[in-house]
Write a protein that binds this ligand. Structure first.
Ligand code: URA
Length: 206
């Protein structure tokens, strides 16, 4: 089955799943599943719910501007969230909500199978790296058997803090190099097949 069909089936399944928390529009994700890069935010906000597209409000504009500035097209990467419906009043997603949407995100990642995953913000980062701290670990490159993972500040946080904005933008500029080296790095020193744990990639490579 091709990726587009797999993703459509997954989306239909989510739409039919009455057990999922939150009742607003399902913002499934968009972009090119073959682009090799997957950005994962927290949850849709008001604008995302209205337009039924991820990252189209202020945070989204910052994300999309940085994607273009490194020479990519927005449509060439894939953008989604952990929780795919808007929590009321833009509150943080609750642990139960993250848990409920998790199996679907897992399958979405399985289908897309990106070489590089960029979690935006601590909720998304902690989904992959439960022990990581966003201020300490953003911009570092981790790997599992199948993906490199580069956590970054959530764009909303960058918008509120000029120092974080600089780090966000500097880290973004590293992404093309990470993508260019991903195949080599993932093939080079294979981790045990069973390893679900993400390990830091040698410092100084990027
Ligand atoms: N913030 C997110 O985490 N995701 C969106 O889609 C928009 C804002």
């Amino acid at each position: 089955m091709d990726k587009a069909t797999g993703l459509q089936e997954l989306k239909d399944e989510m739409l039919a799943d009455r057990s999922l928390p939150l009742t607003t529009n399902l913002v499934f994700g968009e972009g090119d599943p073959d682009g090799g890069v997957l950005f994962i935010g927290e949850a849709p906000g008001q604008m995302e719910d209205q337009l039924v597209r991820p990252f189209v409000g202020r945070s989204g504009q910052l994300l999309r501007k940085n994607i273009r500035e490194v020479g990519w097209k927005e449509e060439e990467v894939y953008i989604t969230n952990i929780v795919k419906r808007r929590p009321p009043d833009n509150r943080d997603p609750l642990p139960d909500e993250i848990e409920a949407y998790k199996p679907y995100l897992e399958r979405q990642i399985e289908i897309i199978n990106p070489r590089v995953i960029v979690p935006l913000g601590r909720f998304s980062m902690n989904y992959f790296l439960p022990e990581a701290k966003i201020t300490r670990d953003q911009g570092k490159v981790f790997r599992s058997t199948r993906h490199l993972i580069v956590p970054m500040f959530h764009p909303a946080v960058a918008l509120r803090n000029p120092a974080y904005m600089k780090e966000f933008q500097d880290n973004f500029k590293k992404l093309p190099k990470v993508v260019a080296q991903a195949d080599k790095l993932l093939a080079e020193r294979p981790l045990k097949k069973s390893s679900a744990v993400y390990k830091p990639v040698q410092k100084g490579l990027f």
